[in-house]
Design a protein around this ligand. Structure first.
Ligand code: HEM
Length: 127
């Protein structure tokens, strides 16, 4: 639980359907972002599905990702891609825009971005 509301972030984002809408908006931006698009497969739907499972559990919902794929080891799973600081910035900017477009209120949006910043810069593996 977070932000003293008694609700998980997952609940505050609208549970499964709310999170899915945000993630679909997010990947719509990622595939248009010149720094990020080349890293992703043409068919983005499996990525959307795995991200939905992951962020569900990351934000306090059921552990869907671990149930299906085992330990997240997210930094390791990103090692085969050249993640630079600029790409982490771009990833976070796409997420910030996706949250805005899904009418997530400012305080919650900023909290979500702050929670994702740690992992994003931790995944940087290329100068
Ligand atoms: C820092 C910039 C980031 C870049 C450039 C990046 C890039 C990528 C790429 C290229 C993939 C693989 C797509 C494929 O399946 O071919 C991927 C998968 C994924 N990313 Fe990221 N990512 C970033 C940050 C993050 C963050 C911050 C999170 C969550 C905290 C995240 C969660 C995931 C998940 C859950 C997957 C699917 C993993 C799987 O295959 O099971 N990524 N990412």
């Amino acid at each position: 639980m977070d932000m003293d509301s008694g609700q998980t972030i997952y609940q505050q984002l609208g549970e499964s359907a709310g999170l899915l809408s945000i993630i679909e908006t997010f990947y719509g931006k990622v595939v248009q972002e010149p720094l990020l698009a080349p890293l992703f497969p043409e068919d983005i739907s499996p990525v959307i599905e795995r991200q939905h499972q992951f962020l569900t559990q990351f934000f306090g919902g059921p552990p869907l990702y671990s149930e299906r794929h085992g330990h997240p080891m997210m930094r390791a799973r990103h090692m085969r891609f050249p993640v630079t600081n600029e790409r982490a910035d771009a990833w976070l900017a796409c997420m910030n825009a996706a949250l805005r477009e899904n009418d997530v209120e400012d305080e919650l949006r900023e909290f979500v971005i702050a929670r994702l910043k740690g992992p994003a810069y931790h995944f940087v593996n290329t100068p």
